[in-house]
Design a protein around this ligand. Structure first.
Ligand code: HEC
Ligand SMILES: [Cu+2]
Length: 420
């Protein structure tokens, strides 16, 4: 190889390496908004995990450079010598030049067996201690337990204020897990269909939601804010669009939010658009969606003697019409819409319900001060599977309502508007 060619090869390799490093650094530094980063924890469990990751990353980095450095040094030391003879032949060994062949090196081999063993042993001790700490719920005086139910392709949250998950929840919401700051909130992670995995990276690691099982988990946030999450176990068509948000409120705000969630919806005044919308909703939507205080078991094909609406959306439905209920919607359920307007996002947090959510408007004021993402909400009501791929014919996700006239859609949205 001519020396100019060699220089070119070197230069381009260096450029590729430097370019990669610059790209990585830029992608980390250029924005301080990393909604799904484990490296900027905001809760106790998240911090425990980061505390484990960082030293291991440093040790792994040292090992990486030692090993790669040795590879490069050996390559350089034993590279084929010789020079281009001009006829394309170069760099072959003469017999007598061939390096002396040796069989192993006991001391080296023992060293490179023992050193990694010790390293991994130390790391595993810290990992185990860390894992146990993650499962530990700190006594906080907060009795509440939230049952988290994954399904294709959104998360449901059932709040048990007294911590007793054998009885029906006090209220049910979707997409956004609202918690008070500063306290450990125990979670029970479940699934209605396939395996999902619950993950809010700034607050804690991942926990699988496995059908037929209940996994204990805990979540805690140090400061108020909205923390993004994502389903991290491939669960079918819209897995990538199965997101969530953990919303941490001050204790006072949380109490206010909680009280509101427990109120029932009221019938819109006669003669209003919302009232027209309710009629449509009751006929076309109430077969899947619950609105506490308005929809009845009858609308969902059950008998009217079934348990009160506040809890007949309960995962392990135990009313007389349990059979009908599951036959009706294999996915198990649709989001409880009683307080739809209090959430910042909808449809598995894939869409913003308000254009100016985020931290610009206090969470509790969204339904009064937020700018509704009307276009997206209307598009959803008209043709949900087009907005978010689903297998509606197979009872996975919401069906399309392309038969609704523009007026109907306006009325339905007017009704949804009242659900705050
Ligand atoms: C076949 C059952 C079914 C029917 C009927 C149905 N939906 Fe849905 N709906 C769902 C499911 C399932 C979801 C969750 C989809 C997702 O997040 O991917 C959903 C989600 C929604 C959401 C978002 C809720 C949230 O918090 O994320 C709204 C709003 C909604 N539906 C309104 C309606 C309206 C209005 C109607 C009647 C015109 C209707 N739905 C009829 C099953 C249904
Ligand atoms: Cu998934």
């Amino acid at each position: 190889m001519s020396s100019r060619l060699k220089a070119l090869v070197w230069l381009s390799s260096l450029l590729v390496i430097a370019g990669t490093i610059v790209l990585i650094v830029v992608s980390i530094v250029v924005t301080d908004d990393h909604p799904l980063s484990t490296l900027s924890p905001v809760g106790r469990q998240g911090r425990d995990i980061a505390r484990l990751i960082n030293p291991i990353f440093i040790v792994a980095g040292v090992v990486f450079f030692l090993v790669q450095g040795a590879v490069l040094a050996l390559w350089w030391r034993y590279r084929v010598g010789g020079s281009d003879t001009g006829d394309g032949e170069y760099g072959y060994y003469e017999d007598d030049e061939f390096p002396e062949q040796i069989h192993g090196n006991d001391r080296l081999e023992i060293a490179w067996t023992i050193v990694p063993t010790i390293l991994l042993a130390v790391i595993s001790v810290f990992t185990l201690v860390g894992l146990f700490a993650l499962d530990d719920v700190e006594a906080s005086g907060e009795e509440m337990v939230v049952t988290v139910i994954g399904q294709q392709w959104w998360w449901e949250y059932q709040y048990h204020l007294d911590g007793d998950t054998t009885t029906p929840p006090d209220f049910v919401t979707a997409n956004e897990l609202v918690i008070p700051v500063g306290v450990d909130i125990p979670l029970e992670i479940k699934s209605r269909d396939v395996i999902h995995s619950f993950w809010v990276p700034k607050l804690n690691g991942k926990k699988d939601a496995v059908p037929g099982r209940s996994h204990d988990w805990v979540i805690q946030a140090d400061k108020p804010g909205r923390y993004r999450g994502q389903c991290t176990e491939f669960c079918g068509l819209s897995h990538g669009l199965m997101k969530t948000v953990a919303v941490a409120l001050t204790p006072a705000e949380f109490a206010q939010w909680k009280d509101n969630q427990m109120t029932l919806a009221a019938l819109p005044a006669e003669g209003t658009d919302a009232s027209e919308g309710w009629e449509i909703f009751n006929q076309q939507c109430a077969s899947c969606h619950v609105v506490n205080g308005l929809t009845t078991a009858a609308t969902r094909g059950g008998d009217t003697d079934s348990p009160p609406d506040t809890w007949d959306i309960y995962g392990e439905f135990n009313g007389d019409n349990a059979g009908t209920y599951t036959d009706q919607l294999v996915a198990g359920a649709a989001p409880n819409l009683t307080h739809l307007m209090t959430r910042g996002t909808f449809a598995g947090s894939w869409f913003d319900l308000y254009l100016d959510a985020g931290d610009r408007i206090p969470y509790l004021d969204l339904s009064t001060a937020g700018t509704l993402n009307r276009g997206e909400l209307e598009a959803w009501v008209i043709n949900a599977p087009e907005r978010k791929p689903a297998k509606a014919d197979d009872f996975r996700g919401m069906i399309a309502f392309t038969g609704l006239s523009p007026d109907d859609v306006d009325d339905v949205v007017a009704f949804l508007r009242t659900l705050d």
